[in-house]
Design a protein around this ligand. Structure first.
Ligand SMILES: [Zn+2]
Length: 143
């Protein structure tokens, strides 16, 4: 089973018997902010998110995904690409990877990077080609 962690405080983000992970998602506009817990499928290449039914998100909206632990609350947005978020993942063999996913609602791009080798292990989603160049050279994974 895959497990997901906050790279900053090590909070276990894995929920629903390993089938999903939870993040705090903040939506901002010029006039207000709102936030909800988001549940994303833990199988790379499966897309879609569950969140508060009171919220309507339009395609193209950027969600600021953060650690749901209030003591931490750090944003998972990457330093190398403003459209991407990254968290720590341990796979079935307890190998450490980085799960990288798109912040833009309606876009589908997920990348799994080997943490030790700093190289791309797998990529998923019909929008991946837009971002895959980020992984051509050694990736700056500094959390
Ligand atoms: Zn955290």
């Amino acid at each position: 089973m895959r497990r997901f962690y906050c790279p900053y405080c090590n909070e276990d983000l894995t929920v629903l018997s390993g089938s999903a992970f939870k993040l705090k998602g903040i939506l901002s506009s010029d006039f207000f902010d709102c936030s909800s817990l988001f549940y994303l499928p833990s199988t790379p290449g499966h897309f879609g998110a569950l969140f508060d039914e009171q919220i309507t998100i339009k395609e193209g909206a950027r969600v600021n995904f953060c650690c749901p632990n209030d003591q931490c609350g750090r944003s998972f947005t990457t330093k190398y690409d403003h459209d991407l978020s990254q968290i720590k993942m341990l796979d079935e063999n307890s190998e450490e990877s980085v799960a990288i996913f798109n912040r833009i609602f309606g876009k589908h791009a997920t990348f799994i990077v080997d943490y030790q080798k700093k190289s791309l292990r797998a990529s998923y989603g019909e929008d991946k080609l837009e971002y895959i160049h980020e992984f051509d050279s050694e990736i700056d994974l500094i959390w």
